[in-house]
Write a protein of this length. Structure first.
Length: 250
């Protein structure tokens, strides 16, 4: 299952999918022997439930690998490492540093680690968190001016900035919060052989120019705005080994 509302990462428009998550799905469909059905849609809050209730066998949905989640499902990855940042509109074009964010209304959405991070740091940073149902609600609020910023992983924010270029949305490149977010493919814990096979493929994929081209195709604004994007966003084999097909970090 995939997201359908994260441009550049996992997006659906007029029944046509795009984004880095979708390209990984397409690669897996070609290299694995198991037949793949057409992907269904999943929200951030439903990813684990869909797997555990066997409504899905794989979830490729900007799913950050965490200790808690590893105890419930298996992951293969990361295939992308990003940091949480902020997206602002033209009314907040002055924001350059963390101090400029003090007192700002910050929108996140349900079922994400981003929401947890903003809640944890609100007292020390002076941020005013607001949680809505999904990503599109936060972006709409930002465009309307009812929130000052949207906070989630920078890879996702660059996708929204490139989709809404006419609204002059900007990722604050200099400001990040929280630790690295490692995106993985999730599956139930009863498929360890398949998990290890996909992990082997994943290390090969991330280590080639195919990964670089897929990222440029999916998130061209990220590649344009961040000179060191390959070293910052590309995982290595050791990171994949430490997080793939395990009950806890290796």
């Amino acid at each position: 299952m995939l997201h359908n509302d994260l441009p550049g990462v996992s997006y659906s428009n007029n029944y046509r999918r795009s984004g880095i998550d979708f390209l990984i799905y397409e690669h897996l469909k070609k290299v694995t022997k198991t037949p793949f059905s057409d992907p269904g849609d999943v929200s951030s809050s439903e990813r684990i439930r869909k797997l555990l209730e066997e409504d899905a066998d794989l979830v490729i949905a900007s799913f950050s690998i965490t200790k808690d989640r590893m105890s419930k499902v298996d992951f293969v990855g990361p295939y992308l490492t990003t940091r949480q940042g902020f997206l602002v509109g033209p009314k907040n074009s002055h924001i350059k540093a963390e101090a400029d964010m003090r007192g700002k209304r910050v929108c996140t959405w349900e079922g994400t680690t981003s929401s947890d991070v903003i809640e944890e740091i609100k007292d020390t940073t002076g941020l005013a968190p607001a949680e809505l149902d999904d990503a599109s609600d936060c972006i709409e609020a930002l465009i309307k001016g009812t929130t000052d910023a949207v906070s989630t992983d920078k890879a996702i924010l660059y996708g929204f900035a490139q989709l809404h270029v006419e609204d002059d949305l900007r990722v604050v490149r200099e400001v990040t919060v929280g630790g690295p977010q490692h995106y993985g493919i999730a599956m139930r814990k009863d498929s360890r052989k398949d998990c290890r096979d996909i992990a082997k493929w994943m290390k090969g994929y991330v280590g080639t120019s195919t990964w670089t081209q897929d990222m440029k195709t999916s998130l061209p604004l990220l590649a344009e705005k961040e000179p060191d994007w390959i070293s910052d966003y590309k995982p290595n084999s050791a990171a994949i080994d430490a997080r793939s097909c395990r009950d806890e970090l290796g």
